[in-house]
Write a protein that binds this ligand. Sequence first.
Ligand code: HEC
Length: 408
Amino acid sequence: MKVANITAANWRADYPSDYPDPQIKQPWELISFDNNPIDYMNAILQDSRTSFRYDNRKLVGTGHEPWWISEWLDYGTSGREPYMGLTKERGPSPGDLSPTNKDGYQVWAVGFYNHSGAAVLGDIFAEPCNPSLPVALKFPFDTVSIKFLFTDASTDEVNYLKGAPAYDALIDAAGSGSTSLPVEKRTKQPLHLLQVDIAIKDSRAADTGWVFGTFAWIGPPKGDQLFDNLVPVSLQWGNDPKVYDTNLHQSWTNPALAGVTYGWEKRPTMGFQGRANGPADNIRSSCLSCHAASRTPRSTLGLLNSRFNMADLANTAKVKDHVDTWFQNLKGGQLFQPAEPATSALDYSLQLEAATFRMCRACAAGDLQGVTPILCRSSGFYNRPMCSAPTADFARKLSLELTPPPRQ
Ligand code: HEC
């Protein structure tokens, strides 16, 4: 990349080779996520407060923070930008962030795994260019992932972001929304922290094994202007299968944020019929519905049905079909859409799904050379024995690299 004077983000990928002792109780394990979601969420956040801070218009770590990023998310047109290692995500639709947010805003994010999760990444990426995945991946209990999501949405339209500190990143042209543009065209622009996602493998979440939730940055700025502004939005420990109305038992949404992050015509709820989701997320889905679909290769259904028409909420047949397809409770290692074979069920990790897909794209485009990674052949992403020859044919490369944004 021809950008001078950037100190590139320096996140850890030196995965630990040992697994923490599962007998050691973590602070959040003493708190009930369904009876006391706010305390549970804050206990998770507490765990990362000493690791990350805002410094010189960037999110930075301590250098030895116990949080690791995934390999291979740097590749492709939505791949990591240099300042903070952000990847491009789904751009919000009009009315997603606030009653007045317009179309075309971008969302960029960086996600980490804690020691338990990173030890799994270490096993998978023991050979970084030839990862090995079990048929049914399983993260250990106590795995935590945290993800910071930033947006260029106007704070005149998204009032709760007013006064938020600005972060710099090298991103696509304003107005590009979900579309990924050629990396060479990115420019430095200011972003604001919008949302912080957490995912916890918790043995008490009997139906799925996971608890997912999110915070939003709610102004006015206070304290460290990073963690001190994060307000719990929603938490989820199941998808409420076969619930076709809003009578949910496995999601919690913060009532204090009614009228702030939800509660208007286009966004009556955070996720589908009140299931958990964040401001940047699609109302037709929930955290767990998208993540339960993680497998390599992806099923032909993708990660959500973005064509479900929200005007059809009163159509019981359509709602039933949507709920029965997407809001099942799958356990870690269980395959979404088992009628379609897969190399691996990825235990809710969508970074691993994106990473393996992008690596195979790199092989197909000639940006990774040598013997084709075994995974690319078994998943059907790329079947030839050797990766493509390196090519200067930019147009061909671009057509191979251009993939739909990961979070539709
Ligand atoms: C429409 C699908 C979709 C929805 C809804 C969604 N995510 Fe994700 N999420 C993704 C994708 C795709 C990735 C991986 C790509 C990336 O990080 O750039 C991801 C990554 C993550 C990660 C990093 C670890 C991992 O699993 O890869 C966390 C943590 C996370 N999401 C939490 C959440 C939470 C919490 C919610 C709900 C508030 C949520 N997600 C809703 C698609 C989704």
